[in-house]
Design a binder for this molecule. Sequence first.
Ligand SMILES: Nc1ncnc2c1ncn2[C@@H]1O[C@H](COP(=O)(O)OP(=O)(O)OP(=O)(O)O)[C@@H](O)[C@H]1O
Length: 307
Amino acid sequence: MESVVSIKGLDKTYAGGHQALKNINLDIRPGEIFALLGPNGAGKTTLISSICGIAHPTSGEILVDGQDIQKNFRHTRSMIGLVPQELTTDAFETPWVTVNFSRGLFGKPADHAYVEQVLKDVSLWDKRHNKIMTLSGGMKRRLLIAKALAHQPRILFLDEPTAGVDVELRREMWQLVHKLRKTGVTIILTTHYIEEAEEMADRIGVIANGELILVEEKQALMQKLGKKELVLDIKQPLTELPASLQAFALEIRSQGHQLVYTFDSQADRTGITSLLDALRDQNIVFNDLSTTQSSLEEIFVQLLEEA
Ligand SMILES: Nc1ncnc2c1ncn2[C@@H]1O[C@H](COP(=O)(O)OP(=O)(O)OP(=O)(O)O)[C@@H](O)[C@H]1O
């Protein structure tokens, strides 16, 4: 399967000497939702800007639809829709006018039927003749997407699509992105919300300090995250583990008041039943037990520490 975006050995050093991207290699598959996850300043915007031809890489190669973005800028740029974080202009315009205008900027002939469809897709058709300044925050964000789709791009970049929006609006955006994917658009989004990557993406790339430290199928990543902890609050504190419990690799916490067992929740056998039997045999009584899921958050923090 040919990649829609192919990046090889990409480096970017800003004029001040800061190296924002270090040897990035990445292939984006047609029709996927790819989340680029990373903390502030990791290089996400620089990477997207480089693909869109806004930032100029120091070295490396970027192909969009098989074509070099520097040699065939007009073609590759026309394949891309970029959704910035905020709407900066057009307060007195209407969605209808501004989306038609955005289409014209790419030299595409007017197509009112298409623009109508886009405005319907983002649920702004009813508002098409209202001034943009009167739209809600969520509507403005959807309008940004409509503008980015105006010229029928095949790749849509969403830069922090839900930064600073409330939970309800975030869910609404996620639904919209899933809906757009069904139209065949490849979607690349940046986020520093792990939950967002988890909710939306087919694949997740983690970027830190300009390096792409991991690219993985979300499902595979989630499997790795299948690890859970069973925490037992025990009645009589333990200083060390009885020999019969050694096999369970238990951790003693809270000055001996807690035993923690790590297990794989996706496995056929978790070992919990045998552990509870072994505890009973040792007359170890517990008052409470709970399980916690290790989250993408924890993996993410761990990856960043290792990077
Ligand atoms: N025009 C510029 N000139 C110099 N340095 C820059 C410029 N733009 C970005 N940088 C630096 O490059 C690094 C990566 O910035 P970038 O905006 O790509 O990060 P980001 O991952 O998008 O962060 P955020 O999540 O905060 O948007 C940062 O250290 C930033 O300060």
